[in-house]
Write a protein that binds this ligand. Structure first.
Ligand code: N01
Length: 867
């Protein structure tokens, strides 16, 4: 690589922070032969473990895992004394690492970086420090940690207290002696919960001011678990490899037990095992669905509340300590040693700030709405401006002088949590948009550092000197981070994950929750695809392969992985009977969809015999007439029936407030084109004529369908227009087949791998219609006359071969003067939008569909009923 810079004050790289990430970054940059300067405002290494010296401070990931893995010799030479090591031991470990690798010589302690400016002409960062130094470097790397910027105490009168004031995050090196004192602790996050039992041992009187009760489980600290040590002894490399490719950075088999369906005994057994184990990832893995399903989450939460009630003797205190305002896990749960039992001590009292908020800190204590308290010492355990605080406070300005603070005014925006557009050669280790705080930090840190080191090495080999993400790649990643969060319960909590603990901070889900494994995969893919989404320049040329690394909804991707793992034969290779049986089998065991007021089956006369139908009525006052939607199921005119689309019909009914009538039609190949559309039109005519008997409102009729069902629905609208009736108020076409032309780009892009394939579509067409008939507008409604058709809502999914024909139909309808609402199902496949209660990210799309259905009807009453 580059030769070490020889000009004084010039370095290849400057790193801020000498904690876990800064130390390892220095080590790797040195390996590359780069000249490096590390700055830290502390007078020693340690980062978070330098500052957070409060009594009881420990890690909350077992130290067998919370440790560097890059140096096998180091692993042999260092033995952790406990399952969860204390802060002094972790600090000692980092000192040991720094000394072992001679890292201190490149670290300038007691020096803070005060500003960093990108110098475009020089293509260098200009760094200034609080010691008045100015330094130039090519790469600027912030290794400042996620929880390093203490939150200022946003409490009235905070500066007035005349007694001793302590912050858990800035604890004095000489420690604090509370013997004989009246002490207040404000805050019951991890820092409060770890320190309170120890402060209680010294204090004469301890009063804890709690704003939000927090979930905590006993750490059961002691020697490192024997089974874990054995695993490491047997195969350390395999264990570390498993950690790197796990969800959280600690090897753990994710459970597939669902809380909502597990028996009471299984629930209890799994919970008690996790409770006994005393590990965060264990208690977060009691049920597969506890992070996404409120009912499942509540099962775990209630079991923890039971434990709290049995640990705390005073029922009123116990109840106040029971968290009830957020789902378990959505705020970082704590590990404790004797926390809840501390409240049984006669000199310890809990003040519930929800009942009596703090009015002011006074000179000699704290005044709440109901009481005045006198104290000798106040301990603030009030947390951090997490994940972005240290970065935006650092006065970093990129191209055109834009500061990070300005760029991130509405929330952070990053590519992979590693870089941000407009700030060339500026790297963040464990930045927002990376797994960081949701993972075992040491594993995430090593992954980030290794990625950055590899990137710099690759750049050097190619003669490239600058790198920055493109706006497209960054926007795509930001969206993916939010999509991953949105399918979980996490964004519902007022947590520091959401920036909610800092007044005025934008409410954005900050970490990447897709998993350490998925994240590593994405980073590796980016690197191996010529650094997809990065623009790189230098003597070796300018290059940019622009793109988005993840644009599929995360739960859709999971479904596809699950389906692929089943190894099912392609549908088009099966006989008709087997294909139908397979479709029926895949529908078994899926969630049933919402409960409704009434669901009844019947038959109506069709052109060639009876047609079965199922009628869905929403809840609410029975007998009240409602608009009627006639729905046709999907399945390529070959597969499907009333059962196949039952959850979707329930969902449409619940969301629209309309009566939904799902009608079966004759299938191919037994009966080919145009039987299906003739049946569909007959059903629409019958429904219109019998609206009152069906509980509908005469004259308020819409048609709907998915896939081939949307095809027959669209055709029914054209036939109704041509026949001058019935009058149709709207057509809802979900991922419709509207043309037989299979050459559109979406067939090329999505023709394989997303369940509905090009081969399967061809099979469907071959079953349904002779080639000569496929241009008939009754088979390909896009080719028909579109004037005078009812208003339409068309859903087009990104990863659907039919996407472009759906969009084409929308455009053609618009051109013909038909009002159209085109709903793009971002990140979805042909089938995923219909997977009610399986693909959570489909819910907002279906909410939009429900709204579109309501908008078809003039009935204000319907709007009110649903809203
Ligand atoms: O901070 P927190 P922390 N008036 O934000 C309360 C890591 N960590 O330092 O929830 C009254 O969790 C606030 O109340 P509320 C770990 O990731 C790890 O404890 O905002 N109260 C909350 O109770 C952790 O999650 C370890 O309503 C106020 C508390 O102060 C993260 O660091 C150990 C208030 C702050 O809790 C942060 O933990 C320690 C106000 N004005 C920390 N403002 C390990 O075990 C805030 N609060 C490795």
């Amino acid at each position: 690589m580059n030769k070490p810079a020889s000009v004084p004050g010039h370095f290849d790289a400057v790193v801020v922070g000498a904690g876990f990430s800064g130390l390892y970054m220095l080590y790797r940059l040195r390996q590359l032969g780069l000249s490096v300067k590390v700055f830290d405002s502390a007078d020693d290494v340690g980062g978070t473990w330098y500052w957070n010296r409060y009594p009881g401070a420990r890690c909350d990931i077992p130290t067998t895992d919370y440790t560097y893995s890059f140096d096998p010799e180091l692993e042999k030479e260092w033995t952790w004394s406990e399952k969860y090591a204390t802060q002094p031991e972790i600090l000692e470990y980092l000192r040991f690492v720094a000394d072992r690798h001679g890292l201190r010589s490149d670290i300038e302690f007691s020096t803070a970086v005060t500003s960093a400016r990108w110098d475009e002409p020089e293509q260098r960062w200009r760094i200034t420090t609080d010691r008045g130094k100015e330094i130039r470097c090519r790469y600027y790397i912030m290794a400042t940690g996620c929880l390093s910027m203490p939150k200022s105490p946003d409490i009235e009168g905070a500066g007035r207290f005349a007694g001793q004031v302590y912050f858990t995050s800035r604890w004095p090196h000489e420690g604090a002696d509370f013997t004989g004192q009246r002490v207040a602790v404000i805050g019951t996050g991890s820092s409060g919960i770890q320190s309170i039992p120890l402060i209680a041992r010294q204090a004469r009187q301890l009063t804890v001011f709690q704003r939000t009760a927090n979930f905590s489980i006993p750490a059961h600290n002691g020697p490192a678990p024997a089974d874990r040590l054995e695993q490491l002894d047997v195969g350390r490399d395999a264990y570390r490899h498993a950690a790197r490719w796990s969800r959280g950075g600690v090897p753990l088999e994710p459970t597939d037990v669902l809380g909502v369906t597990a028996s009471e005994s299984v629930r209890r057994e799994r919970f008690e095992a996790a409770w006994e184990q005393g590990e965060l990832f264990g208690i977060l893995n009691v049920f597969a669905d506890q992070g996404v399903n409120p009912a499942s989450n509540d099962i775990v939460a209630e079991m923890i509340r039971e434990k709290i009630r049995s640990a705390v003797k005073d029922p009123e205190t116990a109840e106040a300590l029971c968290p009830k305002d957020h789902y378990f896990g959505t705020k970082r749960p704590c590990l404790d040693t004797g926390y809840f039992e501390t409240y049984n001590l006669p000199h310890v009292r809990l003040v519930d700030l929800r009942k009596q908020p703090i009015v002011s800190i006074t000179e000699d204590g704290i005044e709440t709405a109901d009481e005045s308290f006198g104290f000798d010492a106040i301990v603030y355990a009030t947390g951090f401006d997490a994940m972005t605080g240290a970065l935006v406070a650092a006065d970093v300005a990129g191209q055109d002088g834009l500061s990070l603070k300005e760029k991130w005014a509405a929330g952070p925006s990053t590519y992979l949590g590693l870089m941000t557009a407009g700030f060339p050669n500026f790297f963040m280790l464990t930045g927002p948009g990376s797994p960081s705080v949701l993972s075992n930090m040491t594993v995430s840190i090593e992954q980030h550092v290794d990625w950055v080191a590899r990137c710099l090495e690759d750049m050097c080999e190619e003669g490239l000197e600058t790198i920055e993400p493109t706006a497209l790649a960054e926007a795509g990643w930001d969206q993916h981070v939010q999509d991953c969060g949105a399918i979980t319960l996490y964004p519902t909590a007022n947590s520091w994950y959401m920036g909610a603990n800092v007044p005025g901070k934008p409410r954005v889900f900050l970490p990447y929750i897709g998993g350490v494994d998925a994240y590593r995969q994405a980073c590796d893919e980016v690197a191996s695809q010529d650094y997809l989404g990065f623009r790189m320049t230098g003597p070796g040329g300018d290059r940019c392969r622009d793109g988005v690394v993840r644009s599929m909804q995360p739960d859709v991707a999971m479904v596809l992985e699950f389906v692929a793992a089943l190894g099912l034969p392609p549908m088009e290779t099966l006989s008709d009977a087997d294909a139908r049986a397979l479709m029926a089998a895949t529908a078994e065991g899926r969630p049933p969809g919402p409960e409704l007021g009434e669901v009844t089956d019947g038959v109506i006369p069709g052109p060639a015999g009876d047609l079965p139908y199922r009628l869905y009525r929403p809840g609410g006052p029975s007998g009240r007439p409602r608009p009627l939607v006639v729905y046709f199921h999907g399945g390529g005119w070959v597969l499907g029936n009333l059962d196949s689309d039952d959850p979707l019909c329930r969902d449409l009914c619940a969301r629209s407030g309309a009566v939904v009538m799902s009608v079966n039609y004759r299938h191919a190949p037994e009966v080919r084109f145009p039987a299906a559309v003739l049946d569909a039109f007959a059903a629409v005519q019958w429904a219109d004529a019998n609206a009152t008997e069906l509980g509908g409102i005469p004259g308020q009729l819409a048609v709907a369908g998915w896939s081939a069902g949307a095809n027959v629905a669209a055709v029914a609208c054209q036939l109704a227009r041509d026949a001058a009736g019935p009058r149709i108020s709207g057509q809802l076409l979900i991922c419709p087949v509207v043309d037989s032309d299979m050459t559109r780009p979406s067939y090329e892009e999505n023709g394989d791998g997303y369940i509905l394939t090009t081969a399967l579509m061809r099979w469907f067409w071959d079953h349904y219609a002779d080639p000569a008939d496929r241009g008939d507008p009754r088979a390909a409604p896009l080719r028909g006359d579109l004037e005078g058709l009812p208003p339409a809502c068309i859903v087009a999914a990104d990863f659907d071969p039919l996407r472009d024909e759906g969009v084409a139909y929308a455009r053609a309808l618009e051109a013909a003067g038909v009002p159209v609402r085109l709903a793009r199902a971002r990140g979805h496949t042909h089938t995923s939008v219909t997977m009610v209660d399986v693909v959570i990210s489909g819910a907002p799309v279906r909410a939009g569909i429900g709204e579109a259905l309501r908008d078809f009807f003039p009935s204000a009453e319907l709007q009110e009923q649903v809203s």
